[in-house]
Write a protein that binds this ligand. Structure first.
Ligand code: NI
Length: 182
């Protein structure tokens, strides 16, 4: 895929309270996001919860108009790759977390870590690296041994579009920082 990331700048975040980070995104930048469950509890393990989470993301995409390029949901975290024309990522992530908690039958007090990981995609290589990371993630985290066996990611839609071979496997683990280290 040749989608160009138009933004090479990332304005530094301003920390104004320990638990509250104000993040600055520029319009139309492509951003890799990692949301992790509090204490790494596997709140997202049941398929019905993964489906519910995806449906909430779909609703927010319509409400906020962000583009949703790639995704994977694991048992205790998720990775997303989005382009947001309105720089509204912090707002809709807040809603995503809240709506998921409110729609949960047990209404647990805390499902999500307060913070989330973000990374602005710098160029085509960086994009490729993050797409591969997302799609290899179920193998990396030991949920399946073959990438194509995992249903809860955008891998199959990338295969349909000819961007990955069906039997694709990552050549090597990427040991960069992606916000999902234990
Ligand atoms: Ni991960």
């Amino acid at each position: 895929m040749s989608k160009q990331c138009c933004v090479l700048m990332y304005l530094p975040s301003i920390v104004y309270a320990m638990s509250n980070i104000r993040r600055h995104f520029l319009p139309n930048c492509m951003v890799f996001l990692t949301l992790v469950c509090a204490n790494r509890k596997p709140w997202l393990q049941p398929s019905c919860d993964k489906a519910r989470l995806m449906s909430i993301v779909g609703d927010l995409r319509l409400e906020y108009g962000f583009q949703f390029h790639a995704w994977v949901i694991l048992d205790d975290h998720m990775h997303l790759l989005v382009t947001d024309p309105d720089c509204s990522i912090p707002a809709w992530i807040q809603k995503l977390k809240l709506r998921f908690v409110r729609s949960h039958p047990d209404r647990p007090v805390q499902i999500w870590q307060g913070r989330y990981w973000d990374h602005v995609i710098r160029d085509g290589n960086d994009l490729r690296r993050h797409l591969d990371y997302i799609h290899h993630n179920p193998v990396k985290h030991g949920l399946v041994s073959v990438t194509g066996d995992y249903n809860w990611s955008s891998f199959s839609s990338f295969v349909r579009r000819g961007w990955y071979p069906r039997d694709w496997q990552a050549i090597a683990e990427d040991d960069g920082e992606f916000g999902d280290s234990p």
